[in-house]
Design a protein around this ligand. Structure first.
Ligand SMILES: [Zn+2]
Ligand SMILES: [Zn+2]
Length: 256
């Protein structure tokens, strides 16, 4: 059994709790330390009980509170060495940091974690597959396109947290400056609803996937119900679809 609570997701900050009966971890710490603690307490959790925090990449909306979290709550930060180097404006050497390589399989308490390389315009960028007993949860946000590798590694996931960042028409008809539109839409930018829907459909058909949480939705270039309908309409199988919010934690989701 795995339990997942998205504390918040979007360009204003990302943090997600995943746990089984014995071990609790956080993926990303993109809010202030105080905000992470507040949101965890809101759902009845204590950051002192975190086994570790996995870091996907060095962008501010993913590491803002990582240093404070590590120091205040004695939480180890797990990241790729390139993430640490690129995040040196945040990491000052006083944190507990452990490095991993891409596709490394790590034991964290009772959880098994595999790091998954993703395409994004950061020094390096990581997705994760988290397993406990026979259950697994995938985590893929901040990627401009999905790779065959992403598919192969997520094929066993029962549940997936998946970026559905923007609607391409809303992006290109919106108010972002041209260079920013091009960046978001590029192979190393963010994933559109349609591309997300396509990947989810593939996993539902050829893999084990039974549920998704759409995450990192743009507040300017997307609409939650539009994202939900694009993903839902593309599915040929029954799939539970949840939407992550920026402003408050999700309800706990149990994956069995
Ligand atoms: Zn981000
Ligand atoms: Zn990013």
């Amino acid at each position: 059994m795995l339990e997942m609570i998205m504390l918040g997701s979007g360009s204003g900050g990302n943090a997600c709790v995943v746990r089984d009966e014995d071990t609790m971890i956080l993926i990303d710490a993109g809010f202030s330390g105080a905000e992470i603690r507040k949101r965890m307490q809101l759902v009845g959790l204590d950051p002192d009980n975190l086994e570790a925090c996995l870091i996907t990449h060095e962008h501010g909306d993913h590491i803002k509170g990582a240093s404070i979290l590590s120091k205040r709550h004695k939480v180890s930060l797990l990241m790729h060495p390139a993430t640490r180097l690129a995040g040196k404006r945040i990491f000052n050497g006083s944190e507990r940091i452990r490095h991993f390589e891409m596709k490394e399989v790590m034991d964290l308490g009772s959880l098994k974690i595999t790091s998954v390389p993703t395409l994004h315009d950061s020094a390096t960028s990581t997705g994760f597959l988290i397993e406990s007993g026979g259950t697994s949860l995938g985590y893929l946000t901040d990627l401009g396109t999905v790779t065959e590798d992403n598919f192969l590694m997520m094929r066993t996931a029962d549940f997936l947290v998946m970026e559905a960042n923007h609607d391409r028409d809303m992006l290109w008809n919106g108010h972002y400056p041209p260079h920013l539109k091009a960046r978001v839409d590029s192979r190393v930018g963010h994933l559109s609803n349609r591309d997300s829907a396509e990947f989810i459909a593939l996993l539902a058909e050829l893999g084990e996937l039974r549920g998704v949480m759409l995450a990192h939705l743009s507040e300017k270039n997307n609409d939650p119900e539009l994202a939900r309908s694009v993903v839902s309409n593309r599915q040929e199988r029954d799939l539970e679809i949840f939407l992550a919010r920026q402003d408050k934690p999700s309800k706990p989701i149990i994956v069995e």
